[in-house]
Write a protein that binds this ligand. Structure first.
Ligand code: UD1
Length: 367
């Protein structure tokens, strides 16, 4: 078997790492393609070092752009990689829901190369999210759907995707978290920032629907500033958000928060693992907070990861400032959600995914 993995944006790296490691243990030859969607050292490079990922064999270097431009550039460039690849890959793995995911899946599917979608079946049922469209299209293109949870399997069944294409393997990002938690804790990032472990909140915001409109962003910052009257609020700022914060009228609310640069994987895990509360619009962080047992308020109207609400520490509170402040106050007064660890968040998801990908690759060889 010869497996080609395609990553592009920050949340992809921690998902592909345990799969690549498990395939390497099985002696499978692999190549890693980076689309270049994320290109900053802090958004990309540092993750390769910290997660022990191999250096990408190919970097498509597509960079930023409109959705059409970015997706189109990846489609063209990755198709060329596939056509020139010798041997022909027996499977292409695409993780997550970013533009790189859907573009690579489409290029591979059209060339008849089997596609495995890692983290398949998630649905927010909100088609205004670019990620939702990427998920739907990728799932329908994929030959193998590696799902994290039962709700994902149900979503796929409802869309007519046959059970034979689905393998419920669990959450690979949590494999990565479990592997790196001891090292992350040992870094002591909170103290280095002058924060008392257990005595601060962590915020992340980068969804276009939250940060691109100055009024919405202003209201969210106002709510966060109110939370900051109860405890220090540290906010690693995504580049998309950084650009918006410079806008008029937002500086004052932002000054109540402790703004820092985007963090590496270990540094961020060090921060969140000792946080009293997390407030976020990220998908992955909802899961990480559940795995860490840290109460999480999701600043969106929906989540594609309902298991974090049904079983974990997550609460979807939307973007109404009053509701956010009330929920934060409740969580800080000790009435936050406790939660338990969902099924298949056991650190072995990469092993199960590797077996499923190998079975897919073998099928291709036989055909
Ligand atoms: C992308 C994903 C989103 C994911 C997020 C994680 C899509 C549709 N969205 O959103 O699902 O949650 O990544 O971060 O794929 N920029 C830099 N340096 C970088 C990368 C980006 O400065 O290394 C800036 C650029 O100005 C760019 C902006 O950030 O315009 C947004 O980057 P882009 O990759 O388009 O989308 P994200 O908002 O990061």
């Amino acid at each position: 078997a010869f497996v080609l993995h395609v990553v592009g944006a920050r949340p992809n790296f921690m998902k592909v790492a345990p799969l690549m490691a498990a395939l390497a243990r099985r002696g499978v030859s692999q190549r890693l393609v980076h689309t270049g969607q994320h290109f900053d050292e802090r958004m990309s490079g540092v993750f390769f070092e910290e997660l022990g990922l191999p250096r990408p064999d190919v970097d498509l270097g597509v960079g930023s752009g409109s959705h059409g431009e970015q997706t189109g550039k990846i489609l063209v460039a990755f198709e060329r990689v596939l056509l020139e690849s010798a041997p022909r890959p027996s499977a292409v793995v695409v993780p997550g829901d970013v533009n790189s995911t859907v573009a690579a899946a489409l290029a591979a599917a059209k060339l008849g190369v089997p596609v495995a979608h890692l983290e398949a079946g998630l649905r927010s049922f909100d088609r205004t999210m670019p990620e939702e469209l990427n998920r739907i299209v990728t799932d329908h293109l994929a030959d193998l759907l590696l799902t994290p949870s039962a709700d994902a399997d149900e979503n796929l069944a409802r869309e007519g995707i046959g059970a034979a294409r689905i393998a419920r393997v669990g959450n690979l990002m949590i494999d990565t978290l479990r592997t790196h938690l001891p090292k992350a804790r040992a870094l002591g990032v909170p103290r280095a920032l002058g924060l008392e472990p257990g005595g601060y909140a962590v915020v992340t915001l980068h969804r276009p629907s939250n940060v691109d409109d100055p009024d919405t962003l202003g209201r969210l910052l106002g709510a966060l500033a109110a939370v900051a009257r109860e405890l220090p609020v540290v906010f690693p700022v995504h580049p998309r958000t950084r650009a918006r914060l410079a806008g008029p009228g937002l500086a004052e609310a932002a000054s109540a928060l402790r703004l820092i640069e985007p963090q590496g994987y270990l540094e961020f895990l060090s921060l969140t693992s000792s946080a009293r509360l997390v407030l976020t619009d990220s998908g992955g962080l909802q899961e990480e907070a559940t795995a860490l047992g840290v109460p999480c308020l999701t600043l969106r109207e929906n989540t594609e990861r309902p298991v974090t609400v049904a079983e974990g520490t997550n609460e979807v509170v939307g973007t109404d400032p009053e509701r956010i402040v009330r929920a934060a106050h409740r969580a800080l007064s000790g009435a936050g959600k406790r939660g338990r660890i969902p099924a298949l968040w056991d650190g072995r998801a990469g092993e199960r995914a590797a077996d499923a990908v190998l079975a897919l690759a073998a099928r291709d060889g036989a055909g």
